[in-house]
Design a protein around this ligand. Structure first.
Ligand code: PPS
Length: 297
């Protein structure tokens, strides 16, 4: 493994078409752009911290008919290759893992629509997008950047609040990401889900995902998936809680990867002034977008 100073160097973001991405991703950009999707690929798409790990575990449980042992076959990061993940010399390079995977493949990305390898659109693939309200995403991302040694230091909460709004974080602006995928949903095979809906009624949302994947699950299987993908279960599960990642990369003593898993934690972080400012910016940036986020349960 790379020594800490090398990891710190990797934490610098570079840009592709104005979108900040991890430098190792940018250094491998042509390989990522030329990735060849297949028509039966299912791509899990999210903005960072929107519930990627959660939906991945749900999708895998559906795929494995709720067979818990099968879902324990590998850590979640390796079950669904992360297509833009490039961190040589680690063997978890996303493209290599994806190319080695038998079809039908389930892959994942945080890329905004304009940076997705074009072959996904050309092959009319299925996309499963999960959106989470911006304020909770911001809070979750802040704590993640505090504990993640290969992402830039977030600075103070006040500083991070501005950085996030300006889209100067990995994978760019939350606003543009969500708008981009929302606009794609009517012209492509996109199932657009909300973190807050899964929290509110997991059984209903899991049923929708199963249908989208062409799987018909009976009640007992569905109930088992709800149970096994609860925050409490996934927090204890070494295959989902990132406990296998070395402390030099993810320092969970600073903040656990499975942190709170709630809707509305933003209220414990945003000042009144920040909230007002954010709401005003939100109205401006999301003008004309017919999307409604649940901010508390
Ligand atoms: S990453 O690093 O972008 O892949 O992170 P991601 O998995 O997208 O998001 C992590 C946040 O999702 C929460 N999480 C869950 N919430 C509810 N139920 C379940 N089962 C679950 N699994 C993960 C996780 O706790 C992070 O949110 P916060 O608010 O920080 O707790």
């Amino acid at each position: 493994m790379a020594p800490t100073s090398d990891l710190k160097k990797q934490s610098q973001l570079k840009e592709v078409a104005g979108i900040p991405l991890q430098s190792t991703t940018v250094d491998n950009w042509s390989q990522i752009q030329n990735f060849e999707a297949k028509p039966d690929d299912l791509l899990i798409c999210t903005y960072p911290k929107a519930g990627t790990t959660w939906i991945q575990e749900i999708v895998d449980m559906i795929e494995q008919d709720a067979d818990v042992e099968k879902c324990q076959r590998a850590i979640i990061q390796h079950r669904h290759p992360f297509i833009e993940w490039a961190r040589p010399p680690q063997p978890s390079d996303g493209i290599e893992l994806a190319n080695a995977m038998p079809a039908p493949r389930i892959l994942r990305t945080h890329l905004p629509t304009q940076l997705l390898p074009p072959s996904f659109w050309e092959n009319n693939c299925k996309f499963l997008y999960v959106a989470r309200n911006a304020k909770d995403c911001m809070v979750s991302y802040y704590h993640f950047q505090r504990m993640n040694q290969v992402l830039p230091d977030p600075g103070t909460w006040e500083e991070y609040f501005e950085t996030f709004i300006d889209g100067k974080v990995g994978w760019g602006s939350w606003f543009d990401h969500v708008k981009g995928w929302w606009q794609k949903k009517d012209r492509h095979q996109v199932l657009f889900l909300f973190y807050e809906d899964i929290k509110k009624d997991p059984k209903h949302e899991i049923q929708k995902v199963a249908q989208f994947m062409g799987k018909n699950l009976d009640e007992t299987v569905l109930d088992k998936i709800v149970q096994e993908t609860s925050f409490e279960k996934m927090k204890e599960n070494p295959m989902t809680n990132r406990s296998t990642v070395p402390k030099s990369i993810l320092d969970q003593s600073i903040s656990p990867f499975m942190r709170k898993g709630t809707v509305g934690d933003w209220k414990n972080h945003f000042t009144l002034a920040q909230n007002e400012k954010f709401d005003e910016i939100y109205r401006e940036k999301m003008k004309g977008v017919t999307i409604n986020f649940c901010m508390e349960l």
